[in-house]
Design a protein around this ligand. Structure first.
Ligand code: G3P
Ligand code: CA
Length: 270
């Protein structure tokens, strides 16, 4: 049973997020990942320095049940050795160099524990945690021990995932938490829209769409009308900020939060 405070927190979040439409919030994708190695503390710190409205990170579960901040299920692309996260103890994962692939100046970057990001990102910066594991039980078990020390930060974070069962399981356990479903295919969006139109239950607080899907004005109107917050990823060209703002999107996810921020400010003062 969740506390009354937690439920109030949910409605406060909902109202803050719902009124954020006049200027879309700029979310730093995997941190400021155009400039620093993605999903590292360096990229999180840089996103904060660049004044991003929010930060998005990805998490996988290690063999010993720790939530590790990394995009891929294995370390080959972003570390100096290739191991599978789910089969590797966090102690071993922490020995890896998660920065040199981006440049020698990042050689000391490690794969962060989720706790380190929770400690770092202030409550006035939105935090989007993308769950990459497809196993709800594994995810919930790994998350459980973090609630006691990071309750406020977790309560004001948003869980995002491509995997609807992850979001449903999380929402069952923590009904007051915000969740956004990431949509890869138009068919999924259309099927969900039909479900809502036919009086089905709203399963998610928001919907995230891939910019590459080229979502139409009609789709946007339909899904906004269904009361979901809308989010788009990953857009690095500043000119799209005004487009998505005008369409009522709440969140704009980019690898280059500074360029987009600059453009947003320019447009606001015009
Ligand atoms: O913010 C959503 C976006 O991050 C999903 O795609 O592959 O970058 O995790 P991906
Ligand atoms: Ca992601």
């Amino acid at each position: 049973m969740r506390s009354v405070k937690a439920i109030l927190f949910y409605f406060l979040n909902l109202s803050i997020l719902s009124t954020a439409f006049s200027a879309v919030d700029i979310i730093a994708h995997r941190g400021a990942s155009a400039y620093a190695p993605e999903n590292t503390l360096a990229s999180v710190d840089l996103a904060l320095e660049l004044d991003a409205d929010g930060i998005e990170i990805d998490v996988h579960v290690s063999a010993d049940g720790r939530l590790m901040v990394i995009h891929d299920g294995s370390t080959g692309r972003t570390c100096n050795e290739d191991v599978i996260i789910q089969k590797t103890h966090s102690h071993t994962l922490r020995q890896l160099d998660a920065g040199s692939w981006k440049g020698p100046e990042w050689k000391d970057e490690k794969i962060p524990f989720l706790e380190e990001v929770l400690e770092r990102v202030p409550l006035n910066t939105k935090l989007f945690i993308e769950c990459k594991t497809k196993d709800p039980k594994l995810f919930l078990q790994a998350l459980e021990p973090l609630w006691s020390r990071h309750q406020e930060r977790l309560q004001s974070s948003i869980l995002i995932s491509f995997h609807a069962p992850i979001l449903s399981a999380f929402k069952r356990e923590y009904p007051e938490q915000m969740v956004i479903w990431l949509i890869e295919e138009m068919e999924s969006l259309e099927a969900y829209a039909r479900h809502i139109k036919e009086g089905g239950k709203r399963l998610f607080d928001g919907l995230g769409v891939d910019h590459e899907l080229g979502i139409s004005d009609h789709d946007i109107t339909t899904h906004l009308a269904s009361g979901h917050l809308l989010s788009v990823w990953t857009v690095d060209q500043p000119r799209w900020v005004s487009y998505y703002t005008s369409k009522g999107f709440a969140f704009f996810t980019t690898n280059r939060p500074d360029l987009v921020q600059l453009n947003k400010n320019t447009q606001v003062t015009k």
